[in-house]
Design a protein around this ligand. Structure first.
Ligand SMILES: C[S@@+](CC[C@H](N)C(=O)[O-])C[C@H]1O[C@@H](n2cnc3c(N)ncnc32)[C@H](O)[C@@H]1O
Length: 288
């Protein structure tokens, strides 16, 4: 494999240091202004990804910038955002636990800034499709812009649609991914769009949402219903001071997953024993 060259209109990941890093589109004749000088795009287009570039004017600025090909995580963290986005680790988990991959057909609601949409779109290439919906014009506009920047217009469609009340006219999709305020209200509809064995994934920041969503999934005969939380810690590596960094994102959200089945009553047992939701304390030596 040879190194890939930067083409006109590519999105590149431009890095000055640990804090100053940008996801930018390189257009011929254009430039990017930073407080550490100007980067001319014509100096980047045609060069290999992995190149170093210096800011202009060279004599007074001349700072060193790295030009890298963006990773999916860079798209998420550095794309234009107007809503709370999903972090890369959560997106990775969603991919593995939903089975979304090349060729998958997926419904997503809401698309928000389109951060998760772009990641999903990237993984269903070349023959899959992401049908993404939102009810806010601002989100739709922003998500469309980000999908275009990621060159995913043929793989992702962004449309107005209320996952709770609208009929989306889709059937037998592989997965439904929810990231909205009241996901529990969308479970019944989501189930009607899924194929048998398909996966529903719901991302929610609070436990109250998780409980309501889980109960709604149980009521709609989903199986393998589980909720997870991921904690990511970045490690600072220094001579004699290698340890987790002091500051971290302490919480992003909970991810609930479930699978659709065609449920049947057990013909071999007339009465199913009732599973108790609460612990029975009768006869327990409790203190008064
Ligand atoms: C937290 S944002 C989603 C962020 C997104 N996952 C991302 O990575 O950028 C939640 C979005 O859900 C949308 N939403 C809320 N209720 C909805 C519904 N019933 N149907 C579709 N979208 C909805 C909101 O307008 C908002 O844009």
């Amino acid at each position: 494999m040879t190194s890939e060259k930067v083409k006109e209109n590519d999105l590149i990941f431009l890095i000055l240091d640990g804090k100053r890093r940008w996801l930018i589109q390189v257009k011929a004749g254009g430039s990017f202004h930073t407080h550490r000088g100007i980067i001319e795009f014509d100096e980047i287009i045609g060069k290999n990804y992995g190149t170093v570039i210096f800011s202009k004017p060279y004599e007074t600025q001349g700072y060193k910038f790295f030009v890298l090909k963006p990773m999916p995580s860079d798209y998420v963290l550095h794309m234009t955002r107007k809503t709370q986005i999903i972090y890369p680790e959560d997106a990775g988990f969603i991919l593995l636990y939903s089975g979304i991959g090349p060729g998958s057909v997926v419904i997503e609601a809401g698309c928000g800034s389109g951060a998760l949409t772009c990641i999903l779109g990237n993984y269903v290439r070349p023959s899959g499709h992401i049908f993404s919906f939102d009810i806010r014009e601002k989100s739709l506009k922003n998500a469309r812009k980000n999908v275009e920047r990621a060159k995913l217009e043929n793989i992702v469609s962004i449309e107005y649609g209320n996952i709770i009340t609208d009929n989306l006219n889709l059937k037998n999709v592989d997965s439904v991914v929810l990231d909205l305020a009241e996901p529990w209200k969308a479970i019944e509809k989501a189930m009607s769009y899924l194929k048998l064995s398909g996966a529903l994934v719901s991302f929610s920041p609070t436990i109250e949402q998780v409980k309501k969503t889980t109960f709604a999934m149980r009521d709609n005969n989903f199986v393998e219903i589980n909720t997870y939380e991921l904690i990511k810690r970045k490690i600072q590596v220094k001579e004699n001071a290698t340890r987790p960094e002091t500051r971290m994102v302490g919480h992003s959200g909970y991810i609930s997953v479930g699978r659709k089945i065609r449920n049947k009553k057990n013909p071999y047992r007339e009465r199913k024993p009732k599973k108790k939701e609460f612990i029975d304390f009768t006869g327990m030596p409790l203190r008064s």
